[in-house]
Design a protein around this ligand. Structure first.
Ligand code: GDP
Length: 338
């Protein structure tokens, strides 16, 4: 299978070739990089929405219902389910079906050719999952999916770095007995753009709602404090001043509150677009991924070139200095040669 064929296939929305490209990315096949490089110009059109929360809160159910809602609104939907604990690696169709069937899914979605679903397991390779998720999202984006839903486990300090891929982040919570560990978990107030209290048919939904609203109001005070600081992160600040984070209640398995959630997701995207925040976010992401790719290559080169020095006694400080000096010297030589 050659790169041209795959790249053209993705551009034309060929599902089989898209699936193939995703498998290449997941397996770090040598041609995946070339595919990603070639499709890059076609990316940047999808609205990438992260759906995050603890296992069992109802993420898959919400993803499924949201997909139906966006389809009703005429939008195509790509779905990436990232579950680090999943024993199924990408492409295991049976695995995908099992997982979705457990979560009360409309089977018709499987027959809809403007819906594309893929799950990514990552047993034993957690480190690379954020990067790979980002790459799979790019492929779906290039294939023309207008909304890309990324479902990840664990709110807050998320292993999969949802912040690095999503434009809008929906944090899903549910009523809990006892104390609200979900809300207290560091980071979720910060990363969420929209908060959903699912299973609000169960007792205690109001408590979670009250609690999260209270925590968000404290958060706003912090923002006000921040405005006085000269080194405040302007983009974050602007985003927070322009967008009041909504707290919604849903009963996902009955479809209650899903329309409102889809409305808020669309509204958030409009705010990002009309205030230049989206471009800023994407520029930042492109910068970080350029740095990451460069560092990766340099690391590989160092491993190769200095392999002979890594055996035996090592003074890490002296060795690091030597490597940096030589790498920089080498780059300044090549600059002069240009
Ligand atoms: P995930 O692990 O976060 O993806 O959660 P799932 O979507 O798999 O849902 C876990 C369970 O909760 C499933 O049995 C769902 O049918 C159920 N569930 C989903 N939404 C609701 C809801 O609003 N109320 C109640 N009572 N159960 C729900």
């Amino acid at each position: 299978m050659n790169v041209d064929e795959i790249v053209e296939g993705i551009a034309k929305g060929n599902r089989r070739l898209l699936a193939k490209a995703i498998t290449y990315v997941e397996n770090e096949h040598p041609i995946s990089k070339e595919i990603l490089r070639r499709i890059y110009a076609r990316t940047g059109r999808a609205h990438v929405v992260g759906i995050t929360g603890f296992p069992g809160v109802g993420k898959s159910t919400i993803v499924s219902k949201l997909t139906e809602e966006f389809r009703r609104r005429g939008k195509s939907v790509g779905i990436v389910a990232v579950d680090p604990s999943s024993p199924f690696t990408g492409g295991a169709l049976l695995g995908d079906r099992l997982r979705l069937e457990g979560a009360d899914v409309n089977k018709n979605l499987w027959l809809d050719d403007r819906v594309f679903f893929r799950s990514m397991g990552s047993r034993g390779r957690l480190g690379g999952i954020a990067k790979k998720t980002g790459e799979v999202v790019k492929l779906l984006d290039a294939a023309g999916y207008e909304i890309v839903l990324v479902e990840t486990v664990g709110a807050g300090q998320s292993e999969v770095g949802i912040l690095e891929v999503a434009d809008t982040i929906v944090v899903v919570l549910m009523p809990e007995t006892g104390d609200d560990i979900q809300v207290n978990k560091a980071g979720i107030l910060e990363i969420g753009d929209i908060f959903v209290i699912n299973k609000s048919d169960l007792e205690g939904a109001e408590n979670v709602e009250r609690w999260i609203k209270y925590m968000l109001s404290l958060d706003e005070e912090t923002v006000m404090e921040l405005t006085k600081l000269s080194h405040a992160d302007e983009r974050k600040l602007m985003e927070r001043l322009k967008w009041k984070k909504p707290v919604l209640k849903t009963i996902a398995d009955r479809g209650v509150g899903i329309k409102e959630l889809a409305d808020e997701i669309e509204k958030h995207y409009e705010v990002l677009k009309t205030n230049g925040i989206l471009q800023e976010k994407r520029r930042e992401r492109a910068k970080l991924s350029a740095i990451e790719m460069a560092v990766e290559e340099i690391r590989a080169e160092i491993m190769k070139r200095y392999a002979h020095l890594f055996d035996g006694e090592i003074d890490p400080y002296a060795l690091a200095e030597k490597i940096v000096r030589e790498v920089l010297e080498c780059s300044s030589h090549s600059k002069q040669a240009q």
